[in-house]
Ligand binder design. Structure first.
Ligand code: ZN
Length: 354
C-alpha cells in the first residue's frame, strides 16, 4: 500500500509540475515552430511527458487508476486549450511580423513603366474640378433609347438635327448607341428633382469616317445645373474656369453663338489653337481656333417634359469634346491615336512643350 501511496503522491506532484512548466513554456513560445516543440515535449504520442505518466497508470491499482486517470486527462485538455490559444495569438502577431519583414526589402522605387491613358488623366482632372465646385458625378448607359437620346432633348422624330448625328442603331428606331452624353442629362432630369449640379464623362458613337480630327468613337464631358437662378454669365464663368484650370491662366478662348435643340440660347467655346497659337495649321484647319464644345441655357421644353416648372427653375448645360481637350492638353495631333493600340505612342514626350 505504502508503495502505491508514494507512487501516487509522486505522480500528483509530477502532474502539477508538468502543468506549471508546460504553461510557462507555452506562454514563452516565440513562434508557431517553438510552440510545436512544446506540444511534442508534453503531449507527444511517443515520448511526451503526459503519456509517460499515463503509461504508468497501468502499474497502479484499479482504485488509483480511477482517481489519477481523470486528473491526467484534465491536464491534457487544459494544455491543449492553452496551446490552441497561444497558437491563435502567434498566428496574428507573427504573420504581422512576417509581413513587416517582407515589406522592408520591397520598399524601393519601382521604375515607371506605364501610365494612365491621357483620356483617363484628363477625365480625373475635370472630375476633380467639378467635385470642388459641388457637382455630383453621374454616368449613364451607352446603349440608349430614342426617347432619352433625342425626344427628351427637344429632338422629335422628324427634327432636322437628327441628320447631324449619323446615329448608329442597334435596333432602329428605338435602340441606338448614344450620339452624345446629353442622354444622361435627360435621365437625370427624369429621375431627380432640382436643385442639382451634375457632371459626367462618357463615350459616344456616331457613324463617321475616322480622320485626324473625327472618330466614330469619341468622348464627351458634359455637365448641367438646374437652380433657382442660373444665367449665361454663370455658364461663361464655369467654362472659363475650367479652361484656366486645364490650360493655365493665359489660355485664349472665345464664345460663339451656336444652335443646339436642347438649349436656348446656345453658345460654344473655341480655344486658340495650341499647335499654331492662332496662325493657322492642319490641326485647326487653318482657322487658328479649335471648337471645344457646346453649351447654353436649358430649353424650357426639357424641363416641362421632366415635370419641372421652367418658371421656377433655370439651368445651363455644357458639353465638351473631351478628345479635343485631351489633344490640346497633351499636344496630340491625331484623334485616332487615342484609341489606337500602338505601344510606342508616348504622350509624355509632349510634356516639355506644355
Ligand atoms: Zn492651328
Amino acid at each position: 500500500m505504502g508503495f502505491y501511496l508514494i507512487q501516487s503522491k509522486h505522480q500528483m506532484t509530477t502532474a502539477k509540475n508538468i502543468q506549471e512548466q508546460a504553461l510557462a513554456e507555452i506562454a514563452a513560445a516565440a513562434d508557431i515552430a517553438g510552440l510545436e516543440q512544446v506540444r511534442v515535449k508534453y503531449l507527444g504520442r511517443k515520448d511526451g511527458e503526459l503519456n509517460r505518466l499515463l503509461r504508468s497508470l497501468k502499474d497502479m491499482t484499479e482504485a488509483e487508476r480511477r482517481k489519477r486517470g481523470p486528473v491526467l486527462q484534465n491536464l491534457r485538455a487544459h494544455l491543449e486549450q492553452a496551446l490552441d490559444q497561444r497558437r491563435a495569438e502567434l498566428a496574428t502577431t507573427t504573420s504581422d511580423a512576417a509581413l513587416l519583414k517582407l515589406a522592408a526589402p520591397l520598399d524601393f522605387q519601382l521604375p515607371k513603366i506605364g501610365h494612365l491613358h491621357p483620356l483617363t488623366e484628363t477625365i480625373r482632372m475635370i472630375n476633380d474640378h467639378f467635385l470642388r465646385l459641388g457637382y455630383s458625378l453621374m454616368e449613364g448607359p451607352e446603349i440608349e433609347t430614342d426617347e432619352f437620346c433625342f425626344r427628351r432633348l427637344n429632338v422629335p422624330p422628324d427634327h432636322p438635327a437628327r441628320d447631324m448625328h449619323d446615329t448608329i442603331y442597334i435596333e432602329e428606331p428605338k435602340y441606338l448607341l448614344r450620339t452624345h452624353t446629353s442622354s444622361i442629362e435627360a435621365r437625370v432630369l427624369e429621375k431627380y428633382k432640382p436643385p442639382f449640379k451634375v457632371a459626367y464623362p462618357g463615350r459616344t458613337y456616331r457613324n463617321e469616317k475616322a480622320s485626324k480630327t473625327n472618330h466614330f468613337i469619341f468622348h464627351q464631358y458634359q455637365g448641367f445645373v438646374v437652380l433657382k437662378e442660373a444665367s449665361l454669365k454663370d455658364l461663361f464663368g464655369t467654362i472659363t474656369g475650367l479652361f484656366r484650370k486645364m490650360y493655365g491662366p493665359k489660355v485664349v478662348i472665345r464664345f460663339r453663338n451656336k444652335y443646339y435643340p436642347e438649349v436656348e440660347p446656345g453658345v460654344g467655346p473655341d480655344m486658340q489653337c495650341f499647335n499654331c497659337a492662332g496662325k493657322g495649321c492642319a490641326v485647326c484647319k487653318n482657322v487658328g481656333w479649335i471648337e471645344m464644345g457646346g453649351a447654353g441655357i436649358i430649353h424650357p421644353n426639357l424641363l416641362w417634359m421632366a415635370g419641372i416648372d421652367p418658371k421656377k427653375w433655370r439651368g445651363f448645360a455644357f458639353g465638351l469634346g473631351l478628345d479635343r481637350w485631351v489633344m490640346a492638353k497633351y499636344h496630340i495631333q491625331d484623334i485616332r491615336t487615342l484609341l489606337g493600340g500602338d505601344l510606342a505612342y508616348q504622350y509624355y514626350q509632349h510634356e516639355s512643350n506644355l
